[in-house]
Design a protein around this ligand. Sequence first.
Ligand code: DQQ
Length: 536
Amino acid sequence: REAIQPSRTSYHFQAPKNWLNDPNGPMYYKGIYHLFYQHNPYGAVFGKTIVWGHAISYDLINWVHLNNALYPTNAFDAKSCWSGSVTILPGQKPVILYTGLDIKNQQVQNMAMPKNLSDPFLREWKKYSHNPIMMRPDGVNKDDFRDPTTAWQGEDGKWRVLVGSLKSDRGLAVLYRSNDFKKWNMYDHPLYSEANTGIWECPDFYPISTNSREGVETSSRSPQYKYVLKASIKFRDYYTLGTYMPDVEKFTPETGFRNLRLDLRYDYGKFYASKTFFDSAKHRRILWGWINESDSSADDVKKGWSGIQSIPRAIYLSKNGRQLIQWPVEEIERLRRKHVGFKDKKLEGSSLVEIPGITASQADVEISFKLPNLKDAELMDTHSVDPQLLCSKKSAAVSSKVGPFGLLIFATKDLTEHTAVFFRIFRDRNRYVVLMCSDQSRSSLRKGVDKTTYGAFVDKDPRHEAISLRSLIDHSVIESFGGDGRVCITSRVYPTLAIDGEAHVYAFNNGSLDVVVSSLNAYSMNKASFVSNIGS
Ligand code: DQQ
C-alpha cells in the first residue's frame, strides 16, 4: 500500500476505488450499521452517473463493501441517484428518500424500500412504483431541489420531511407532510429560509437533549429538547440551534446562518454534506461527513480514487447549551495499539519535543495544555476579526507570548514538511480568548494542492480548564478536536517526505513563555478492515 499510495488512508472509510462524496442514509438496523454514499462507479472524479454505494459494519470501524444499492433504472432517476436519507418506519421498515436526476435532468424526490427485509444486509432495494413522490415547487429551478432529510412523525401522526432548495435568492428547507409516507404535500411555508446564502444542500434536522449526552430518535419529543438545523452551503456545514413548534411548523433559530463568518459550523476545515442518524443500540446521535481531496482532479485520476468519510462522531449539546460537542465514536479506540504518555511536563518557550515510538502517520494523539502565564497574553479585539484569517496571518511560525503551542504532525526531522495544529491565546478586555488553527502551508513540498489555513475560536476559559487537542492522524487526513470537541478542524495533506517511517509528531511551543503539557496520550493505530463482498 504505502509504496504505491502514501495518501491512501488506513482507518477512514473509502470506496474500494473511484469517486466518493456525501454520506447517505446512515442507519442502525437489526444489529448492523449501514452507510451509503455518493459514488461514481466509473471514475475517480465526480461524474455524469452517480449511484449509492453501500457498506455495512458491526462496529462503525470495520466495513464490508456491498453492491451499489441505488443506480439509475427509471425515468425518475435516469441520470443519477443523488443524496438522501433513511427513515425507519414503524414495524422496523427502513425506507430511503433520495433525489433522482430524471430523464430531463430535473431534480425530483424518490422512494426506495429493501427488496427483502429478511436479508440482514439489505443488499437490494426496489423503487416505489409511483415515483417521483415530490416535484419541485413553483418558482424553483430544476437544479435547486434536492437532498431529503430523515422524516419525523408528529404527535398528530403526520410525517414531515425537509428538502434543500433555493428560491429567489433565498436558501430554504422546503417542508413536506404526509399521512401515509407515500403522498406528500408541500406545506405553505418552508421550515426556515435565509436570504443570500445560495442553495441549501443536504439539510439535516433533529432534536437534541439539553440535559444529557444521549442522542434521541428523530421523531421523539420533549420540552427538554432543542433542535438542530444544518445546511450545507458552499462547502461549509453550518448549523443553528433553535426551537421547533410542530403544530405551526415553526422553527425559531438562536443564531441562524446569516452571519456566515462567525456562525457555528460542524467543522472549520474540510467536511461537507454531512448527515446524522440516531443509533438505537448505544442511544447516541452520530455524525458523518464527506472529506474531499485537496489535490487536483488529474491527481485523483492518477491515484484512481477520491474522497473519504470522516470518523463517525458522537454529537451532543455543550453544558452551557450554546453549541454542539463532537467526539469520535468510542469504537475507534479499539484500533489503538502502542501507547506513550506522560503528565505535567513543562514545555519551555521556543521548544519542540518529539512524541516518540508510535507510528506517527497512523495515530491518535491527545494532549492537554495548562497555561501558567496567561496574564501576558497578547491583546486583541477578537470581535472584529475573522479567526481563519487570523490563523493565516499568525501562522505557527509567528511567535507571541502565549502560543502558538500544539502539535506538528506529518513532520520530517528537519521540519521541511509539517502540518501545525495549534492554539494561541489572546486577551480581550477582561476575557481570554482561545484561537485554534490548522496550518497546512508547509504540509507538503507538492505544488498545486490546496493548503488553506483553517481556524476558529474555542469557547473555553483557559483560566479554569486545560486546553485539549485530539488529532486522528491517518496518512493524508488529520481530524482535530479542540477544547474537548468544541471546535473540529479536518485537513487533507499530502506529505512527500514525511511518510511512513519518515513521519514524526512533535509537541511544540513557539511562544516565548512556558506552557505545561498536563497530559499526553498517544497511540499507534491499527488498520481497520475493509472487505469486499461485491458480487453479481
Ligand atoms: N452532492 C449530491 C447532491 C448534494 C451534493 C450529488 C452535496 O445531492 O446536494 O452528489 O455535496
